[in-house]
Design a protein around this ligand. Structure first.
Ligand SMILES: NC(=O)c1ccc[n+]([C@@H]2O[C@H](COP(=O)([O-])OP(=O)(O)OC[C@H]3O[C@@H](n4cnc5c(N)ncnc54)[C@H](O)[C@@H]3O)[C@@H](O)[C@H]2O)c1
Ligand SMILES: [Zn+2]
Length: 353
């Protein structure tokens, strides 16, 4: 599993100077793959000049394609060819799209190059940089090709994360809430207090996410360690809030974390409704209040929702989905639910147009 390091400033990430015997990243033996927005940040511009092998990449789903994979490796071969060798390390600086792409390239180029992630979005810092999943999209379908390839190191740099507009932290907090529900340790209670005291304050969320990151990551890795290659179903619990979250993401195009937060509300409502014919009906009692206007704007049509749910590769079989139900802090269970029943619930409770 990856080692975790936290620094306040990019300058704290020492670049190795062989003459001075200084430890750190070695620019002569690294390929820097960096998000184009991040590369423009003043503190990054000077820092990255030390790296002769660097690629500035435009973030987004287009990057995670076979075409850009081919472009990438052809560029390496034609421009750097013989200067590269097997012990090169890819340093991926960016959000989840750059991380997924660079991770995939690292996992297959010469059957595996060293990999370091420096996540620059809250979503990547909370989630995508950890656990080893890499991915490319095919014909608009997300994450169809990929590998399990954990980075040897993940470095969190506070000033990079805080260079994002503060609202990004509120958008990403769905993943924080998810892990707080799954883990239920003392840090989860801090999240709950924050929700009660000042849920709209973006700066508060930035600070809180930064402080909770080590615990959130540790909680995710404890799940991943039990099922590193998604073989025995244990890792499935990380999908909490994602079934409906993915429907919203693909139908509305809203940020992933925001959709996951709404997806958490969705399961919460489902498991307290009459549609859940089960003795375990109860609410998670962690979520912020969901305003009726937000819920109204998040409505999708039944056909699109059905199409997305049926396509979800994590569903148990045709006609059913597996929902993760929080039972108590740190305690969840998997529940197989009929697709039609789920959609009937969604229609009755105002999640559909
Ligand atoms: N591998 C996994 O386990 C995993 C888990 C969840 C999501 N993902 C993937 O992650 C991707 C989404 O990641 P994301 O939300 O980080 O989006 P992203 O990588 O597309 O970045 C979002 C935007 O933020 C900008 N940006 C990045 N860092 C910035 C900074 N410090 N300051 C200002 N702007 C910055 C980018 O240029 C981009 O415009 C999706 O492709 C999703 O499939 C992967
Ligand atoms: Zn997620």
């Amino acid at each position: 599993m990856s080692r975790l390091r936290r620094v306040l400033k990019l300058q704290d990430l020492k670049v190795r100077d062989l003459r001075l015997g200084q430890a750190g990243l070695d620019p002569q033996q690294s390929i820097l793959m960096i998000d184009s927005r991040v590369a423009k940040l003043p503190m990054v511009k000077t820092w990255m000049k030390a790296f002769p092998f660097r690629r500035v990449l435009r973030a987004g789903e287009e990057l995670k394609s076979l075409q850009s994979f081919q472009r990438e490796v052809e560029y390496w071969q034609s421009h750097w060819g013989a200067r590269l060798h097997r012990h090169f390390c890819i340093i991926a600086i960016g959000g989840g799209s750059v991380g997924d792409f660079a991770g995939f390239v690292a996992s297959v180029y010469w059957r595996g190059l060293r990999l370091v992630h420096v996540p620059s979005t809250w979503l990547a810092a909370l989630d995508s940089a950890h656990g080893g999943k890499t991915a490319l999209n095919v014909l608009g379908a997300k994450n169809q090709i990929g590998s399990f390839y954990p980075a040897e190191k993940v470095i969190l740099v506070r000033e990079l994360l805080e260079a994002q507009p503060a609202e990004r932290a509120v958008e990403a907090r769905g993943e924080l809430l998810k892990m707080a529900l799954l883990d239920g340790q003392s840090w989860s209670r801090r999240v709950r207090t924050a929700l009660i005291n000042g849920e709209a304050d973006a700066n508060l969320w930035q600070g809180l996410i930064w402080r909770c990151l080590p615990q959130v990551i540790d909680a995710k890795l404890r799940v991943v360690r039990r099922d590193p290659r998604e073989e025995n179903g244990q890792r499935q619990i990380l999908n909490l809030g994602h079934t409906w979250g993915h429907v919203l993401e693909s139908c509305l195009g809203w940020p992933h974390g925001r959709c996951v937060e709404l997806g958490l509300h969705f399961v919460d409502e489902f498991f307290t409704s009459d549609f859940c014919a089960d003795a375990h009906r109860r609410s998670s009692r962690l979520l912020p209040t969901l305003s009726s206007s937000v819920k109204k704007r998040a409505r999708v049509d039944r056909g699109s929702a059905l199409e997305r749910l049926a396509r979800d590769k994590k569903r148990s079989d045709a006609g059913h989905v597996v929902l993760i139900q929080p039972l108590a802090w740190g305690k969840v269970r998997r529940v197989r639910v009929e697709l039609q029943a789920l959609l009937d619930f969604a229609a009755a409770e105002g999640w559909l147009k």
